[in-house]
Design a protein around this ligand. Structure first.
Ligand code: ADP
Length: 500
């Protein structure tokens, strides 16, 4: 029951507080005895005076002094010892030590004061721990900020830098001059002129890969820890700038792609109105070309619309269970004529039973239409295009995290000229073509593989491209299998190896 003032008030001795400097001065007992002597002094003086005046026998006076001493000792010595202990306790507290609460012999004022003091010390410790915790959590928040943040003192030396800043400029930043971090003159100028107010400017860090930032430089209110006077934050806008560039490129590319057939249409219209007005044979020929160009424009617009539709829904994974084999069979049926025109055979190799995939049937039709049509276009005449379907325990390592389970792999293999390695990573970019003239001649829009990539991403799948010059290419689509849904027969899914 240490919450009540008592003769036995105790509190655990603090372990963490550093040892206090020794308190000098008389011991507790010495001080108590001195006060005791002081308390006894007036009575002794009066008795001595009475004895000296002959009013009291010396022996009686001595007896009286001894009696007074005994009574005073009985009444005052214990409170005096307590008082002295309290005084020592207070002195030690004042010197920043962590003395144990003194044990008191009485229940008087000294005991109450000692109890109150130790309560106060406990509260102060609690408040200190809370402020310590709050300082630590501020530090954690500062470190967790996604933007790099650096604080400088008035001499432009780093006093604090968060984790993002250390990642950007190096580990040991404290104490370094800001010009060792950024050498961009407008930023250094803005720091020099901080009295004129804060500024925001754009800045690029070329190494190791170019990154662009909006840098904000602000003065801080005075009296901050570590003399922080200026706050600089770096907000990474690399992705935003890249997106802006991509959008601008895309508009330029799309306009260019549309402008070519449009100019050709305008040219033929002029010719038909003018020189070829009465030439029936030329009119027929020109109208044929015009129809082809108009169809090209229509295809392009259709592909552009598909792309934007898919992009719009890319964050929501489709939920239908789709029988991929059925989708592929119908795509192959639609391409038979085109294949026959080049004497290309279309073959499908699939196990008896396959799990369904989680998908959107129309979008998957578009994926296989684009992949198989490309194979038919780019394979050599008189060869075979093979579509192999297989159920696998898991897809390649770059499958998204949420699609780490079983997959259905569809590999479309052609026997064409193949694609040089340097082109492969860029094939799924919009309008990227290995041979633009050839692609256009074959009616390609340059958007087919971009559409495939976006559909795959919406389906949480992956497209891989393997190609060998002179041998041909294999485009493989890995799609997550739909949970517990099996397409085809009721037999359990047959696991086979990677499609050849
Ligand atoms: P396109 O409409 O030009 O076919 P795609 O986006 O479908 O556009 O393909 C982009 C480019 O990738 C094509 O222009 C072509 O150069 C190359 N490509 C695609 N599939 C194949 C393939 N099976 N064999 C060789 N090259 C291919």
């Amino acid at each position: 029951m240490s919450d009540r003032p008592s003769g036995q008030t105790t509190e655990p001795t603090p372990e963490t507080t550093p040892a206090a400097p020794a308190v000098s001065g008389p011991s507790v007992l010495g001080r108590a005895l001195r006060w005791y002597a002081l308390a006894l002094f007036p009575a002794a003086l009066v008795l001595a005076a009475l004895a000296a005046l002959g009013r009291l026998a010396a022996a009686d006076a001595l007896l009286a002094v001894l009696a007074a001493a005994a009574v005073t000792a009985l009444l005052a010595l214990a409170p005096l010892v307590d008082l002295s202990r309290l005084l020592r306790f207070v002195q030690e507290l004042a010197q920043g030590a962590a003395p144990p609460t003194p044990e008191m012999r009485t229940h008087g004022v000294a005991a109450a004061a000692a109890f109150a003091l130790s309560q106060m010390r406990r509260e102060m410790r609690r408040a200190l721990a809370a402020s310590d915790r709050s300082a630590r959590s501020m530090e954690d928040v500062f470190d967790a900020l996604p933007d790099a943040v650096v604080m400088l003192d008035a001499d432009h030396r780093v006093v604090r830098a968060n984790m993002a800043a250390r990642g950007l400029f190096g580990r040991s930043l404290t104490g370094r001059d800001v010009s060792g971090l950024v050498r961009h003159p407008p930023i250094l100028e803005a720091i020099d002129q901080i009295e004129g107010g804060g500024r925001e400017l754009e800045f690029s860090l070329p190494i190791p890969v170019e990154r662009r930032f909006i840098v904000s430089i602000r003065p801080l209110p005075g009296d901050l820890a570590g003399n922080a006077a200026i706050l600089i934050s770096f907000h990474d806008i690399t992705t935003i700038r890249r997106m802006e560039q991509m959008r601008a490129d895309f508009v330029a590319n799309a306009s260019h792609e549309l402008r070519t057939p449009l100019s050709s249409l305008i040219g033929f219209i002029d010719t038909l109105r003018g020189p070829a007005h009465d030439d029936a044979e030329a009119r027929e020929r020109f109208l044929g070309i015009m129809a082809e160009q108009a169809a090209r424009m229509a295809r392009l617009i259709e592909d552009l619309l598909s792309l934007s539709r898919i992009e719009l829904n890319e964050h929501t994974q489709p939920s239908h269970a789709v029988d991929v084999r059925r989708v592929i069979a119908s795509v192959i049926e639609g391409l038979e004529q085109k294949a026959a025109a080049r004497n290309v055979t279309l073959a499908i190799a699939a196990p008896e039973s396959l799990p369904a995939v989680r998908g959107e049937p129309d979008e998957l039709t578009q994926v296989f239409q684009n992949l198989i049509e490309n194979a038919v276009k780019y394979t050599l005449p008189d060869t075979e295009v093979t579509v192999s379907i297989a159920a696998l325990e898991r897809g390649p390592v770059n499958m998204p995290k949420e699609a780490q389970g079983p997959v259905v792999a569809v590999a479309v293999r052609d026997r064409g000229e193949g694609i040089a390695q340097e082109h492969i990573p860029r094939l799924t970019e919009r309008f990227y073509r290995v041979d633009s003239a050839r692609s256009r001649k074959m009616g390609g829009t340059g958007l087919g593989l971009a559409i495939v990539k976006h559909v795959m991403s919406r389906h949480r799948g992956v497209l891989t491209i393997d190609s060998s010059l002179g041998l041909g290419s294999v485009f493989t689509a890995y799609l997550p299998a739909a949970a517990a849904a099996t397409a085809g027969t009721d037999a359990p899914p047959q696991r086979i190896g990677r499609p050849a």
